[in-house]
Design a protein around this ligand. Sequence first.
Ligand SMILES: NC(=O)c1ccc[n+]([C@@H]2O[C@H](COP(=O)([O-])OP(=O)(O)OC[C@H]3O[C@@H](n4cnc5c(N)ncnc54)[C@H](O)[C@@H]3O)[C@@H](O)[C@H]2O)c1
Length: 266
Amino acid sequence: MELGLRGKSVIVTGAASNIGRAIALAFAREGAQVAVADIDREGGERTAWQAESLGAQRAAFVACDVTEREQVAEMMEEVVRRFGRIDVLVNNVGWDRLRLFLEEPWEEMERKVRLNLWSVLICSRIVLPRLVEQRSGAVVNIASDAGRMGEFREAVYSACKGGVIALTKALARECGRYGVRVNCVCPGTTMPASPEDAGAYSMWRAGEELASWTTEEMKERIARAYPLRRLGTAEEVANAVVFLASDAASFITGQTLSVSGGYTMI
Ligand SMILES: NC(=O)c1ccc[n+]([C@@H]2O[C@H](COP(=O)([O-])OP(=O)(O)OC[C@H]3O[C@@H](n4cnc5c(N)ncnc54)[C@H](O)[C@@H]3O)[C@@H](O)[C@H]2O)c1
């Protein structure tokens, strides 16, 4: 299938680790120009280097905290300076720590809202006017099945990801008339393939709570909840993102696609 992504300018936020890295590398294989927007310089430069060696027309790490408006605006200008334009924005940054809502400290709650929802609002508000002006472009937001289900011990995360799903639909309605599509992908549990695939600030990094999930016993327990009876890979999530961003999905907008082995079917 011709995806039409050769030479397209793509921003992937949070691409220094796990799913974001796989997304950046999948665009690289299609010959796109790939901007890795992240706070993790070492991991981000590694992704950019891998992207170039996999066939990206160009790849660059652009340091950016996506919760800071000024930094996002500067990142966008930097990408335009280097690549000439922007065609695709993938809002991938997110963060979670399992916690009962009634035990959640305020600071942690605020951090979840900033990383999972506020960052998506900022990046969309700053990049979309450019896509609208050029009358073309695609945004793919990375939400979660938690946003469809409302998962136990993930109240704030679920609320934010549910917000990302609703934002996707609202922006699709608002921007469709300008030829700009907005879609959303919900990964199931997707662990880094190796410790090197968890970036310095990854929620899967040793010491973070989710790292304790990476045992074989835990993987088997989670897999039992999925009709396909296994965990998915970051590459499987990336395939869906690349498709939705591509010309092959030219009549698809406002949609939420779960890549979670059938965990949710709504
Ligand atoms: N991995 C899963 O099981 C899973 C499941 C459902 C949804 N998701 C969603 O997929 C996305 C990626 O998940 P992951 O497992 O790859 O996460 P990860 O924690 O491994 O990677 C997150 C990346 O975001 C970067 N980052 C963190 N804060 C940032 C900031 N303020 N500005 C810029 N970059 C920042 C980190 O440096 C890291 O590179 C997230 O939105 C997550 O909520 C993941």
